[in-house]
Design a protein around this ligand. Structure first.
Ligand code: NAD
Length: 244
């Protein structure tokens, strides 16, 4: 018997990187797992892929409805879809601020709103939000992204308080720099991707990036019966970056 046998999970942004690793791990531990993504093609069997844009409420509502119908209910929601932004407050214009906050913060709100009725019907209801070390670390050149993840951290705490008496736990994971296609794309854009990767590894306290599987393991713990008394927590998976 696997620890998540019989449970149903929905992972946004689950067709790549941290979300895909999480969806696969939840499935390997016995859950039936659906993925919502702009491009769900990376979510192959046994994952059930559904196309949705978390920045569009109608798309979220129809995508969540289709996923929950296929799953037959919902116990675990992983709000993971997110996009990045580089720069100081002088580098991003209002449209960029609205876009990133819309995807990274309001996107989680839209999906959660659509999923709450099903979560209320679950005896093992939980939400895990993908936050970031950027929420608390004061990273340079990440003003907009950090603000969006700071909001995710506060949102996690507020949701935990709002829903604890309904039996719904809400936690978040705070990854450091994780080796995902997202980071791969940033490295590929550098003049010398290999040198850039070596420099990035050297900046990490452990001398290497965090893996998507390591973040997924933290999400799976927070979503598991072992974490039944854990709510409002943020679990850093950052290779020691937070301590710097
Ligand atoms: P990724 O780009 O590999 O995967 C992100 C997935 O989200 C993609 O499949 C993409 O299609 C989907 N997505 C993007 N916008 C969407 C939208 N509007 N609607 C639906 N799906 C959408 O990225 P990743 O590195 O795996 O990042 C996943 C999460 O982890 C993000 O929230 C990110 O902020 C967070 N995070 C990443 C790192 C890192 O270093 N990679 C560190 C900390 C936090």
């Amino acid at each position: 018997m696997s620890e998540l046998d019989g449970l149903k999970a929905l992972v946004t942004g689950g067709a790549s990187g941290i979300g895909l690793a999480t969806a696969r791990l939840l499935a390997a531990r016995g859950a039936r797992v659906a993925v919502l993504d702009l491009d769900p093609s990376g979510a192959t069997e046994p994952l059930l892929g559904f196309k949705a844009d978390v920045s569009d409420d109608a798309s979220v509502r129809s995508g969540v409805a289709a996923a929950l119908e296929a799953l037959g209910g919902l116990d675990i929601l992983v709000n993971n879809a997110g996009i990045g932004a580089a720069g100081t407050v002088e580098d991003n214009d209002d449209d960029q601020w609205h876009r990133v906050l819309d995807v990274n913060v309001v996107g989680m709100v839209r999906v959660t709103r659509a999923a709450l009725p099903a979560l209320r019907a679950s005896a093992h209801a939980c939400v895990v939000n993908t936050c970031s070390i950027a929420a608390t670390a004061g990273l340079p050149q990440r003003a907009l992204y950090s603000a969006s993840k700071g909001a995710v951290l506060s949102l996690t705490l507020a949701m935990a308080a709002d829903h604890v008496r309904e039996g719904i736990r809400v936690n978040c994971v705070n990854p450091g720099t994780a080796d995902t296609p997202w980071v791969g794309r940033l490295l590929d854009a550098a003049d010398d991707p290999e040198a850039e990767r070596a420099a990035l590894n050297a900046r990490q306290p452990m001398g290497r990036l965090v893996s998507a599987d390591e973040v997924a393991a933290a999400v799976a713990y927070l979503a598991s019966p072992a974490a039944a008394s854990v709510t409002g927590a943020s679990l850093a998976v950052d290779g020691g970056m937070q301590g710097l």
